[in-house]
Design a binder for this molecule. Structure first.
Ligand SMILES: Nc1nc2c(ncn2[C@@H]2O[C@H](COP(=O)(O)OP(=O)(O)OP(=O)(O)O)[C@@H](O)[C@H]2O)c(=O)[nH]1
Ligand SMILES: [Mg+2]
Length: 416
């Protein structure tokens, strides 16, 4: 019982610290604009996690502008409505948007709108003069990307060329299909273009908003994992490098607060919806059954023996390099598991908690056995060479197939 309490404390600590980290993070602010039905909400729900357009809390800030946000996702979306209505309404909208942009800009980089996605249905074949005017004026105030939604085939390609030739003062035109589009019973146009939109957006938004953008997006999971990994390796390097005094095994629990901070920070950088149960499974996995913490006795009896070379440690002390190996293994395996959860979640599939625990334990031990070796050319989420980082559909299949047992249909209950 006592062990369980300790575990729960760690879980709560990780959750609280993650929340703190998120609060410190500058949010990314995105304006999504376009006529009704073009696919603004579909775009948002596929690019960002947590079905933001569907489940976020929307607050009308003007007649035609809604501000959407959600706890735990460091982003604010501005969604417009009514652009297809009369010229008079369009002018009203324009003024509302421009006022909002101006007011937010006054409040600094934390509040200002960082990017605007101007959505046009790719099957429109032409843009009206009023829309062109709006795009041009908007571009003077905020970086604009034209997103051609529901793009299918030749007409969409031609429309893209047509828009590019207009030489608008925008940052780019990106064709997308945000969600697979079913044409017939056995033929679908698969989703595409979101990765490109993401890359372009990262080029455009200010440095201060990039961390939040990476947290909020769900298109490029390897990117999330890699940024969490770089941060963790830097943190470990400074914590256990020169100046780290060896600690006695009996005091190994001093590592716990450090590891809590580490896991919380990783969770915040990565950006994933984590509940208590999930974190509890992860913590249980690295604490061993009956072990209260991932330090202390557990390290001595279960962890040390797995680290190549560490068996020769004499005098009952944990050196900086041993602590680094343990903590690196902990963070790398944690990130790997987050990546797998995120990949499943994107497809509306949630992993079974028991399987998470098993996987986390396996990954942790695998990492320990590698010792201090980190191959930077290998992407940790897939163990594939880094140039294969992009998770296109074939790789996604490979990626998921490796962990098939983890993935359960959305509606089935966790049997733990
Ligand atoms: N398959 C598929 N359907 C899409 C896509 N984008 C839009 N649609 C279809 O178009 C409909 C309208 O899309 P929404 O995302 O709701 O459009 P919206 O711009 O948010 O519309 P308003 O909220 O009314 O302004 C959806 O219900 C889908 O049927 C896409 O990328 N793929
Ligand atoms: Mg909508």
């Amino acid at each position: 019982m006592k062990n369980l309490d300790k575990n729960l404390n760690i879980v709560q600590d990780i959750l609280n610290k993650t929340e703190e980290e998120l609060k410190k993070m500058n949010p990314v602010n995105v304006l999504v604009i376009g006529k009704t039905g073009v696919g603004k909400s579909t775009l948002i729900n596929n690019v960002f996690r947590e079905n933001l357009a569907l489940t976020g809390i929307g607050r009308p800030i003007t007649k035609h502008l809604r501000r959407i946000s959600k706890d735990g996702v460091p982003m604010v979306l501005y969604d417009t409505r009514g652009l297809e209505l009369s010229l008079e309404v369009q002018n009203e909208i324009k003024n509302e948007i421009f006022d909002t942009i101006k007011e937010n800009k006054k409040l600094g980089v934390k509040e200002e709108i960082h990017i605007a996605y101007y959505c046009i249905n790719a099957n429109s074949s032409r843009i009206e003069p009023t829309e062109l005017e709006l795009i041009s004026e908007l571009s003077e105030k905020v970086p604009v990307v034209i997103v051609l939604t529901q793009s299918i085939g030749e007409p969409a390609t031609m429309f893209k060329e047509y828009i590019e030739n207009l030489n608008l003062p925008i940052y780019g035109v990106v064709s997308i299909m945000a969600e697979d589009f079913k044409v017939t019973e056995d033929y679908s146009v698969l989703s595409f273009g979101l990765k490109e939109l993401l890359e372009l957006s990262f080029e455009i938004i200010p440095e201060e908003a990039k961390k939040a953008f990476n947290n909020a997006q769900q298109v490029d999971i390897a990117r999330k994992a890699n940024s969490a990994r770089s941060w963790a390796l830097r943190y470990i390097g400074t914590s256990f490098g020169v100046g780290f005094l060896p600690i006695p095994f009996s005091d190994a629990s001093v590592l716990v607060p450090m590891q809590v901070t580490l896991l919380a920070h990783i969770t915040a950088i990565f950006g994933i919806s984590m509940d208590k149960a999930t974190i509890a499974s992860l913590v249980a996995a690295i604490g061993g059954t009956g072990g209260a913490t991932f330090a202390g006795r557990y390290i001595v009896s279960n962890v040390i023996k797995l680290i190549p070379g560490a068996g020769t440690v004499v005098g009952g002390f944990i050196s900086g390099s041993t602590a680094a190996v343990i903590t690196t293994a902990l963070s790398m395996s944690y990130i790997e598991v987050l990546a797998i959860i995120a990949a499943g979640e994107k497809d509306g599939k949630y992993p079974d908690l028991k399987n998470i625990e098993i996987l986390m334990r396996e990954k942790f031990q695998e990492r320990l056995k590698k010792g201090s070796k980190i191959d930077k050319k290998i992407d940790i989420t897939t163990d594939l060479p880094k140039e294969n980082l992009e998770l296109d559909d074939s790789k996604k299949d490979y990626f998921l197939s490796k962990f098939k047992r983890l993935i359960k249909p959305k509606n089935s209950k966790n049997d733990s």
